[in-house]
Ligand binder design. Structure first.
Ligand code: BTN
Length: 330
C-alpha cells in the first residue's frame, strides 16, 4: 500500500466519522485529487469507504481484510509475517508463495488472499475458497535442517492452528486428524498443504499453506456433510485478521522451540490430547497399501504410530487415515 493510502487510512480510522477531502488534503499536504486517487486505491484493495457530498469520506466499520497494514497493527513476531503479500484474488496462495520463495523471498514471508480460484488441498484435491469469508494463508520457511527433519513441519503447523483457534473460540471441540487436518464435531474446519523444494541433504524452502473456514455460511453441496466453519459452529463471525495474527504468533513460537530442541517431543502430548483418532481402529491409505491398526499417537518424528493386530507397532509416515471399514472419520 502506498504511503498516502496508508496515512489516509489512519486518518479515516482515527476520525471514526465523515471527514472532508479538504481536511485530509491539508493534513497530509497533498492535493484533493491525490486524496481521491488514494481513496480509490483503498477501495480497490477492498476497504469500504462511504462518500457523501458536503461531508466527505468515512471508513465503514468491521473491515476484516488479511492485508499487511491490518495484520501489522497487532502482530508480535520476529520473522513470521514481517513481509505480507496480500492478493484480492489469486489462483492459490501456495502457488504464489512457491514462486516468491524461488525468487528469494525472505524466511517468514506470508501470502494471504481474500479469495482463491484454484485453492489446492492434499493429493490434488480442491480447497473451496470463496471470497471474503475464510482464511487462505501460506508461509515461506527456509529452515536449515535436513529434508527428513523438515517433514515434521506439518505437525508444528497443525498444533499452531489449534492454538490459534483455541485463542479465538476456547470452547469449541477442535480435534486433529492425522496428518494435519482440524475437525470440529465431525466436520473439517481447517487443512494444511506443505510443499518443499529440497536437495538430497538440504532444504531450499518449505511452503506451509493453511486454510481455515471462518465465516463461510454454508458449504457447497459437494462438501456440505464434510466441511464446517466457525460461523456454522457458533453462529458468530470472527476476525480473519485476528486469526491470522494468532496463527503467525503461535507458529513462530512453536517453530523456534522445535529448532532449538531438534525434535517434536515438546509437542507430542499436546498433539495426542487433540487427536481425533487416538485409540481407534483405523485404515491408513499409504501411497502403496492400506494398513489397518489402532492409532496410538504420533512419534517424535511426526509418524503415526499404529498398533497392528499382532501387537507390533508400525510407524506410518504418509497417508490418509479413516475409521476402520469406512471412508469417513466419524
Ligand atoms: C487439505 O486439507 O487437503 C489441505 C488444504 C490446504 C488449503 C490451503 S488454503 C491456503 C493454501 N493455498 C492452497 O492452494 N492451499 C492451501
Amino acid at each position: 500500500m502506498s504511503k498516502n493510502s496508508s496515512r489516509i487510512l489512519e486518518i479515516l480510522r482515527n476520525s471514526g466519522n465523515y471527514i472532508s477531502g479538504e481536511e485530509i488534503s491539508s493534513k497530509l499536504g497533498i492535493s484533493r485529487s491525490a486524496v481521491w486517487k488514494s481513496i480509490s486505491k483503498l477501495r480497490d484493495i477492498g476497504y469500504i469507504i462511504d462518500a457523501a457530498s458536503n461531508r466527505g469520506y468515512r471508513l465503514s466499520e468491521g473491515i476484516d481484510l488479511p492485508i499487511s497494514d491490518e495484520i501489522h497493527r497487532y502482530l508480535d513476531t520476529e520473522y513470521f509475517g514481517s513481509e505480507i503479500v496480500y492478493m484480492k484474488k489469486v489462483d492459490s496462495t501456495n502457488d504464489l508463495a512457491l514462486t516468491l520463495a524461488r525468487q528469494s523471498a525472505a524466511h517468514g514471508t506470508v501470502v494471504t488472499a481474500d479469495q482463491q480460484t484454484r485453492g489446492r488441498g492434499r493429493k490434488g484435491r480442491e480447497w473451496i475458497s470463496p471470497q471474503g469469508v475464510n482464511l487462505y494463508l501460506s508461509i515461506i520457511l527456509k529452515p536449515e535442517v535436513s529434508p527428513a527433519e523438515a517433514s515434521q513441519i506439518p505437525v508444528l503447523s497443525v498444533v499452531a492452528s489449534i492454538r490459534a483457534l483455541k485463542r479465538i473460540v476456547p470452547d469449541l471441540p477442535f480435534m486433529i486428524k492425522w496428518p494435519n487436518d482440524i475437525y470440529c464435531r465431525g466436520r473439517k474446519i481447517s487443512g494444511t498443504l506443505c510443499e518443499m523444494k529440497a536437495e538430497i541433504d538440504s532444504v531450499n524452502y518449505v511452503v506451509v499453506g493453511t486454510g481455515i473456514n471462518i465465516n463461510m455460511k454454508q458449504s457447497r453441496d459437494s462438501i456440505r456433510d464434510t466441511a464446517t466453519s466457525l460461523l456454522i459452529e457458533t453462529g458468530n463471525k470472527y476476525s480473519r485478521v485476528k486469526i491470522t495474527v494468532f496463527l503467525l504468533e503461535e507458529f513462530e513460537k512453536i517453530y523456534r522451540k522445535w529448532l532449538s530442541e531438534g525434535n517434536l517431543e515438546f509437542i507430542i502430548e499436546e498433539w495426542n490430547r487433540f487427536s481425533l483418532l487416538k485409540g481407534l481402529e483405523v485404515d491408513v491409505r499409504t501411497p502403496t497399501r492400506i494398513i489397518t491398526g489402532k492409532a496410538i499417537g504420533i512419534a517424535f518424528n511426526g509418524a503415526l504410530k499404529l498398533e497392528l493386530p499382532d501387537g507390533s507397532v508400525r510407524m506410518v509416515y504418509a497417508g490418509d487415515a479413516t475409521l476402520h471399514g469406512t471412508t469417513a472419520v466419524n
